[in-house]
Ligand binder design. Structure first.
Ligand SMILES: [Zn+2]
Length: 308
């Protein structure tokens, strides 16, 4: 048999409903298929409904229709925090987050911080000063530490909205790694005065909502993802508790089964850092990403290569 291919599996949990319903479902599925992964939790107020309404521009509306966002996320998620204050996820659902942090039958998931207020981070990062960015991360780290009884292992900003300031500020929190951007290799970001910082584990594979209905039909999605996984190269994939732990749970379980047949194994992102050395130094820059609104953080060399 060929060499196994290891793919980082990152699970973003953006909302109250995703935490309450998606996470238990995913824990079950992952245990059944003997997979460990990295969970990134949002632990403050769920105002994701505001995110939707703020983005009600023709282009975004088209994306919503194309990807069937209402069917995908549910109308309650899309309205959360819109007409009433959003529920505080960490305060209401600590037992679910703890459940993910506990030892599992198959091993141990990594627990990371996704956001304090996911919506606010995505919407306001450009307006916020460093003090505000730092405060959001601190609120999240403190809440998550209280919930799981230890510091989170790692972090991943909401919506890949990471700029140079964020990379610098994250140094203060001493995570094992950050997964803040899109790119194609593990790298040390250059921080402050050009020193190599906490390793970045970027995401190179697209998410369901970025491609289904546009680049690929749903029925071909799993093959599309698996075909992009190149043996011997860096691979990292993201799912959402709201989607793959919800209406697309069967599709995701099928992906796990199909992956196994190809000798592809999903692992926590931190495992990628154990399996191969970090060889590159790079920086994080803002650039657009197909299928997503606004800019996201990118590994600089990948953007440069694309332009050149
Ligand atoms: Zn997210």
């Amino acid at each position: 048999m060929s060499q196994p291919t290891y793919v980082g599996l990152r699970i973003d949990v953006d909302t109250f409903k995703g935490t309450r319903e998606g996470v238990p479902k995913l824990l079950q599925t992952l245990a059944k298929h003997n997979v460990e992964a990295s969970f990134f939790f949002s632990v403050g107020p769920d105002n994701m409904g505001r995110h939707v309404w703020r983005l009600l521009k023709p282009k975004f509306l088209w994306k919503m229709l194309r990807s069937n966002a209402v069917g995908l996320y549910g109308l309650d998620i899309l309205l959360c925090g819109t007409f009433w204050p959003g529920p505080n996820i960490g305060a209401r659902l600590p037992h679910i987050i703890r459940q993910a942090a506990q030892p599992q039958p198959q091993g141990q998931h990594e627990i990371g911080l996704h956001a304090w207020d996911h919506h606010a981070w995505q919407a306001h990062i450009d307006k916020w000063d460093e003090q505000q960015l730092r405060r959001q991360i601190q609120l999240g780290v403190d809440a998550l530490t209280d919930i799981i009884g230890r510091r989170p292992d790692c972090s991943a900003v909401a919506g890949w909205r990471c700029d140079e300031r964020t990379v610098d500020i994250k140094q203060e929190f001493d995570f094992k790694y950050n997964s803040d951007c899109r790119g194609n290799a593990l790298f040390y970001p250059l921080v402050n005065d050009g020193e190599p910082g906490t390793p970045q584990v970027p995401v190179n594979l697209p998410t369901y909502d970025e491609v289904v209905g546009q680049t690929v039909a749903e029925s071909e999605f799993n093959d599309f993802i698996l075909n992009q996984i190149t043996p011997g190269q860096f691979n990292c994939y993201t799912i959402h508790a709201e989607v793959e732990g919800g209406i697309k749970a069967d599709l995701f379980e099928q992906l796990l089964q199909d992956a196994k047949k190809r000798n592809i194994h999903f692992v926590p992102l931190g495992r990628l850092l154990e399996l191969e050395p970090v060889l590159q130094q790079d920086s994080v820059v803002k650039a657009p990403l197909a299928g997503r609104e606004g800019w996201v953080g990118w590994q600089q060399s990948v953007v440069a290569e694309r332009k050149g």
